[in-house]
Design a protein around this ligand. Structure first.
Ligand code: BGC
Length: 748
């Protein structure tokens, strides 16, 4: 019986009788049973206890704060009083069990606590940062990564991850671009759904799942100037067609919570935005889960200047549809009074409490408030060899080969002497990336270690740091250059440190920081074959490197298996298959630059003065969206349409013959883009609508087929309706957004 466990622990609850009697009468297995149980609890809670369910505090124990403020002194008191519903940043089976014990056995309500944590790309086994994983274009690998993260975090007592982060980002200066899947709504939606499936699986009551929380709702990535927390001003159409699809996909995949964002959209901060959180999210989309604020985002309604006092902010937040108050102290301080005075209807409060309680039921907290955790299970699961294997697999799939002049890569494993140079070459910290949960530097295989493990026993691998990541100084150059001169090849690891991207970590340039550019130039001038390995959380502008360095690998922050994964690619045990999920500009001056832009009335033309362009920069980026090379080569033969027109009711097939024309097995991401040639409103020049990752042996060919349905053609039209319009469309297929073949078809 589903609630058998509940009956056992409920019998210890001294004050409230609700859970000892209510579940007995509830038929297990149905939502109706949950609704009855929720109602029964609600009927027995005091006003303060109801509000308490909406309060989330950060832990005072084992973790660092993930936002501004003080550690809390009154958590235990609150748990005992039954006036706190959720804790973030407390983890570990022992600690969470202890706290849960107080909640269910000693508190006045007996309601279990919900433990949340930012499990963004791993718990202890750190996977690549999400932007890197998106470069794999491999949703099943990404789903597995999220699932492994869920297995570990759930074993450590976590119920809820504040992930996936699904914000579309067009500005690489914005540090949080690293947490999402890049610039494209389709790729973003595919990755968002994969992560939700990985975290939640099909059964949220299973001990190896986490409740997902797609965030930050909404348009947080549209921050002006790429400066975190900054103003966002997008049209409703752009909101719907660009920023919202990954959220919709995540919710359709079953995500049962979301987080309101810090930013305003066109003058209304999300946390107090009733249109966004109620009309759109709940009424239009039918979302039945709960909304948590971002860290103090209810309190920040005052700083935004839409609420005069914290009490007013609390009223705005709850009436907009923000159910849980993360760290603002707005709800517990003010909601009781607001409800008593009638400023907030008690039905509004009850509905928010219902959503929180319903969530607790849905994830099985009333079946077992400890969710089957034990310190022994936790120990056995963290860094499990299967998890490390999964991390290595997705890490090597995330690497993008940007340049490979003269087939310098892969390197031979038996080169006599290798120089491994650069401030990131032996870093055991940076590959963890930002938001690294319980990841530890001692778990990381550095690039230097990975190389050392991969090469022949006779190969001499020597290392020199050369310079630091972000300070200016050339003291280390002579030693590094001396090493380079004696080597058969140089592997040079440059980029950013892990704190240069993530929250509140924005940059005004995309250049290599510190003296790294100078180090690169000096090393290249030795005339030795140089492989540049980049580690970074955002696109970097590296035009000089692109012109002068024979081989470049985009290695992001790849997690604990970074060094092994990079070595797999460097020495050819894995043929790179990653493609960029975001455009790489030549310089920050091109930003925002993204592939799915509008045409304008004067599309850029280098030979025509009166067109949309810069005088001092080419129109094109350094590397386009979808770009990435392989150690083999692929040929795309002519694309074929099953017919030249379709109706709304039927579909159309488009096929391309793909051949592996090189000498080894490789995987190619075949990409399909569509343009609506004439619309009632302007349409992007191309939009990704499908992709297939296809493996082919050398010499083999295969037809790759896409089915175009009317869903691929929909957009938000002049009347703000999401629909298709008849007319002509161009379908494009190719290896990346700047190299496509096209055909035209008609929708009748
Ligand atoms: C971030 C969220 C995060 C929360 C809790 C906030 O500052 O914006 O993404 O989930 O802190 O750590």
């Amino acid at each position: 019986m589903r609630y058998a466990a509940l009956l056992v622990w409920a019998s210890c609850i001294p004050v409230m009788g609700w859970c000892a009697d209510s579940p007995k009468n509830i038929p297990p297995g149905s939502d109706a049973s949950i609704e009855r149980a929720v109602d029964s609890i609600l009927a027995r809670l005091t006003l303060e206890q109801k509000v308490g369910q909406l309060v989330q505090y950060t832990s005072s124990w084992n973790d660092s704060l993930t936002g501004p403020g003080e550690r809390r002194a009154d958590i235990l008191e609150r748990i005992e009083a039954g006036t706190i519903g959720s804790i973030l940043n407390a983890s570990g089976a022992r600690l969470t069990r202890e706290l849960q014990d107080i909640a269910v056995k000693q508190s006045r309500t007996g309601i279990p606590l919900l433990f949340g944590l930012d499990v963004i790309h791993g718990y202890r086994t750190m996977f690549p940062v999400p932007l890197a994983e998106a470069a794999s274009w491999d949703p099943s690998a990404v789903e597995r990564s999220a699932h492994v993260s869920a297995i570990e975090a759930a074993a450590a007592g976590i119920h809820w991850t504040f992930a996936p982060m699904v914000d579309i980002a067009l500005d690489p200066r914005w540090g949080r671009i690293v947490e999402g899947s890049g610039e494209d709504p389709h790729l973003g939606a595919v990755m968002a759904a994969a992560r939700v499936r990985g975290f939640q699986t099909h059964n949220l009551r299973s001990p190896s799942t986490l409740l997902a929380c797609p965030k930050h709702f909404a348009a947080y990535g549209g921050a002006e100037g790429g400066r975190d927390y900054n103003t966002v001003d997008v049209s409703e159409r752009t909101l719907r067609d660009l920023y919202l699809p990954p959220f919709k996909a995540a919710l359709d995949a079953g995500a049962l919570s979301t987080m309101s964002s810090f930013n305003e959209i066109a003058g209304v901060p999300s946390t107090g935005n009733r249109w966004l959180l109620t009309d759109l999210l709940r009424k239009e989309w039918g979302f039945t889960g709960m909304v948590v604020s971002d860290w103090n985002s209810i309190g920040e309604l005052v700083k935004h200047g839409v609420a005069e006092t914290l009490a007013e902010a609390a009223r705005m937040g709850i009436t907009a549809g923000t159910d849980m108050d993360m760290e603002a102290d707005a709800y517990w301080l003010h909601l009781p009074e607001l409800v008593k005075s009638g400023a907030v209807p008690s039905a509004v409060l009850d509905e928010a409490v219902r959503r929180v309680l319903r969530t607790k039921f849905r994830i099985g907290l009333f079946d077992d408030p400890y969710r089957w955790t034990s310190t022994a299970t936790e120990r056995s699961l963290l860094l499990h060899p299967d998890h490390l294997a999964a991390a290595r697999d997705v890490a090597r799939k995330s690497i993008v080969l940007l340049k490979n002049h003269g087939q310098l890569l892969p390197l031979r494993k038996d080169l006599p002497r290798l120089a491994v140079i650069g401030p990131l070459a032996d870093s055991d910290d940076d590959p963890l990336g930002p938001w690294s949960a319980k990841g530890r530097r001692e778990d990381v295989v550095t690039l230097r270690e990975g190389i050392q493990r991969a090469v022949s026993p006779a190969t001499i691998v020597e290392y020199a740091r050369g310079c630091s990541i972000d300070t200016v100084g050339t003291d280390g150059f002579p030693a590094a250059l001396a090493l380079a001169r004696t080597a058969d090849a140089v592997i040079l690891a440059l980029g950013e440190d892990r704190d240069m991207s993530g929250e509140a970590a924005c940059r005004s340039t995309l250049d290599l920081p510190g003296s790294q550019q100078a180090l690169l130039e000096a090393v290249v001038q030795t005339g030795k074959p140089v492989v540049l390995v980049l580690m970074n959380g955002r696109p970097l502008s590296i035009p000089w490197a692109d012109e002068h360095t024979p081989a470049i690998l985009e290695g992001w922050f790849l997690g604990v298996q970074a060094g092994n994964a990079l070595a797999d690619v460097l020495f050819g045990d894995y043929n790179p298959s990653g493609k960029l999920p975001v455009t790489f500009p030549r310089t920050a001056g091109q930003v925002p630059i993204y592939y799915n832009h509008k045409n304008t009335g004067r599309p850029g033309d280098a030979d025509d003065h009166w067109t949309s362009k810069y005088l001092d920069l080419p129109l094109t980026p350094l590397y386009p969206f979808g770009y990435g090379l392989s150690y083999t080569s692929f040929r795309y033969d002519d694309i074929r349409l099953s017919r030249n027109s379709m109706t709304r009711e039927d579909t159309l097939r488009v096929t391309v013959r793909l051949s592996n024309t090189g000498k080894r097995f490789g995987e190619e991401v075949v990409q399909m883009y569509i343009r609506d040639n004439v619309g009632s409103v302007t349409r992007p020049i191309m939009e990704l609508k499908g992709f297939h990752k296809v493996g082919l042996e050398a010499g083999d060919s295969r037809d790759v087929e896409f089915v175009i349905t009317q869903d691929c053609l929909k957009f938000t039209d002049h009347a703000m309706q999401y629909r298709v319009e008849p007319g002509t469309f161009t379908v494009m297929i190719g290896p990346h957004s700047a190299q496509v073949q096209s055909r035209i078809f008609t929708l009748q």
